[in-house]
Write a protein that binds this ligand. Structure first.
Ligand code: ATP
Ligand code: BTN
Length: 323
């Protein structure tokens, strides 16, 4: 029922509880109850006495047909498309959907994840209907080595796609975060499937906060596109299409040339360039100044004794004045 209500509200106009109830064949109280739950989960629902309910313009549900219509045929047909109302994690689902022996590029989308994950098994808050939870499965060669820099490249494609539709000020935090006004807007989680030494598939997991106004259990500064108040689209179908339009050609170049051709564009959007940072790896910490990235996507850390290269994996970057 929630999906049906949100489909009707997607025009950005007010709808009374009575009209919604009539259209869906349920009581006004049932509509109220459903929308109250949604609001409690952080959905930006506006309720005005005498007018009814309204959602931000463009706050529609995900629809692969609408996304595909915004892509050239070669891209639309490149991937098999899967949309779930609820999954544990789109990355996990993508891995389960890989056909043994006949791997095929996939796009997996979900309205809600009940076990969305970040790096190192940390949870990714994924309430219904609000954000983008997307996994794209693509072939890569050279295994773990061939993946160097890919996490940075995916973050760059995300930021560029947000710029393409009109957002300003999105920045990158090495290795896998997108920040806006210093708060986390999006994250990238890559998981490899298959032969680490040769041809493999990479599951490119992307989470972008679009409408979220409240988040449970997120223990750091976060934001969403809606929260930033910029007058750019909140239509998740459009945002997914814009991202895939960036990702597909970038992957072609990456497969042939690696991260090097993207380094400058990444550095232009580097949130912490020139800042004092801590590189944390378990109990081990190193201090220095963030000095950009290498052509392979390693972090450059300027220290008194010289510049160090830090590769991804189990490493976290923090501003030196923050926890
Ligand atoms: P790093 O990747 O540098 O170790 P990180 O703290 O961002 O840093 P990740 O594993 O990348 O860690 O991301 C998971 C973390 O992101 C969670 O521990 C939580 O603090 C935060 N988080 C969870 N859900 C969201 C969300 N929807 N939006 C923003 N941040 C979130
Ligand atoms: C991070 O910043 O740690 C990465 C977060 C990645 C979240 C996305 S949402 C879609 C995909 N499925 C998951 O379970 N995680 C990624």
């Amino acid at each position: 029922m929630l999906g049906a209500i949100l489909t009707r509200l997607a025009d950005g106009r007010f709808h009374s509880g009575e009209a919604l109830g009539e259209a869906l064949g349920v009581s006004r109280a049932a509509i109220w109850k459903t929308l109250k739950r949604l609001e409690e989960q952080g959905y930006p629902l506006q309720r005005v006495r005498g007018k009814g309910y309204r959602v931000p313009r463009g706050a529609c549900l995900l629809d692969p047909a609408v996304i595909r219509a915004q892509l050239p045929a070669a891209l639309s047909e490149r991937w098999q498309w899967h949309l779930h109302q609820q999954v544990d994690s789109t990355n996990a689902e993508a891995q389960r959907s890989l056909l043994p022996g006949a791997p095929h590029p996939l796009v997996v989308l979900a309205e809600q994840q009940v076990a969305g994950r970040g790096r190192r098994g940390r949870p990714w808050s994924s309430p219904y209907g609000q954000n983008i939870y997307l996994s794209v499965v693509e072939p890569v060669s050279g295994g773990a080595h061939g993946l160097e820099g890919l996490s940075l490249l995916v973050g760059l494609c995300l930021v560029q796609s947000l710029e393409d539709v009109g957002y300003r000020g999105c920045q990158l935090k090495w290795p896998n975060d997108v920040l806006l006004n210093g708060a986390k807007l999006a994250g990238v989680l890559l998981e490899i499937s298959g032969d680490l030494t040769g041809e493999a598939l990479v599951v490119i997991g992307v989470g972008v906060n679009v409408l979220m106004e409240a988040a449970d259990g997120v223990d750091q500064a976060w934001t969403s596109l809606y929260r930033t108040g910029q007058s750019a689209p909140l239509d998740r179908n459009q945002l997914v299409a814009a991202f895939l339009l960036r990702l597909a050609p970038a992957m072609e170049i990456f497969r042939a040339e690696g991260f090097a051709p993207f380094r400058d564009a990444w550095q232009q959007r580097d949130a912490w360039a020139g800042q004092q940072v801590r590189v944390v790896s378990g109990a081990h910490e190193q201090l220095g100044v963030a000095a950009g990235v290498t052509t392979r996507g390693a972090l450059l850390l300027q220290q008194e004794q010289g510049v160090q290269e830090i590769s991804g994996g189990e490493v976290s970057l923090r501003l030196n004045n923050a926890t």
